[in-house]
Design a protein around this ligand. Structure first.
Ligand SMILES: [Zn+2]
Length: 269
């Protein structure tokens, strides 16, 4: 019908910075991912500056159907309140749902209660559950190893399956839960760091060698690295991606602030 070619099927990176220093200096932006999947628009992990990045790129928050938080850390949730305000036009157009883990909503909620009232609903993310947003479904296959309750997601559209591996330490069983033609991986460290329990030196993040193992194991058509810490930024993410492409034989891209990835370049599921 020609409709399909007109409909949007893109992922826009409103930021590629991760963890504290890349984000507090804004060396890299930190607005999260804006998904447009067959014209269903979903905002994922609106970190600091999301509202600035989104409006600058002419994205329309009132078109969003949902906002999803993988976890409550500031670099994933800081702009959730302003984005709910923008999505609902200050409460004049109540709609949309917020998806977040229980610990982002309970004792110290990331969302103000007066803004919560503008939403059509709030849904709690749990391990092994499936959710739907219009014609899109997603699952949160397993809880990650990270200082707060954290989930990655597998998204399914009529044509595509792709995974978002949010913040986590690498662990046995991580790969089995994810798949699809496209893999988006949050990679904070250049080199692996030993796990630590100190909240002052959180090291529960993936490194470049971890990302390489995941890519080799899951063999997506395309892998996109994002959420870079300073060590990766200094080592030039695009060069790391090029090296990983050569070493794995898989097309690996380093996301850039504002990059728009068109899902139509992937083969159908
Ligand atoms: Zn985190």
């Amino acid at each position: 019908m020609g409709d399909k070619s007109l409909s949007g099927n893109t992922i826009t990176f409103l930021g590629t910075g991760g963890a504290r220093f890349a984000v507090t200096t804004q060396v890299l932006a930190s607005g999260g991912l804006w998904l447009n999947l067959n014209d269903t628009e979903i905002l994922l992990d609106p970190g600091p500056g999301c509202i600035v990045q989104a409006t600058k790129r002419k994205l329309k928050p009132d078109k969003l159907s949902a906002i999803i938080l993988s976890h409550r850390h500031l670099d994933h949730s800081a702009d959730v309140n302003i984005m709910v305000e923008a999505m609902t036009q200050g409460g004049f157009k109540p709609h949309g749902r917020l998806f977040a883990p229980e610990d982002a909503l309970s004792t110290e909620p990331v969302i103000f209660s007066y803004l919560k009232n503008y939403l059509a609903g709030v849904e709690v993310l749990q391990e092994g559950k499936s959710y739907s947003i219009n014609n899109i479904s997603f699952t949160t296959p397993l809880r990650h190893i990270h200082p707060v309750e954290t989930y990655g997601m597998v998204f399914k559209t009529a044509e595509h399956t792709f995974s978002y591996i949010a913040d986590t330490r690498y662990f046995e069983g991580l790969c089995q839960s994810y798949g699809g033609e496209l893999l988006i991986i949050n990679v904070v460290f250049l080199e692996p760091r030993p796990p630590t329990s100190s909240p002052l030196t959180p090291s529960e993040h993936l490194s470049v060698p971890d990302a390489k193992s995941i890519i080799m194991e899951l063999k997506p058509e395309v892998a996109i690295l994002t959420h870079f810490g300073m060590s990766i930024w200094r080592a030039r993410p695009w060069e790391i991606a090029q090296r990983l492409s050569q070493e794995t034989g898989i097309r690996v891209l380093a996301a850039r602030d504002g990059m728009k990835f068109d899902l139509s370049q992937l083969n159908n599921t």
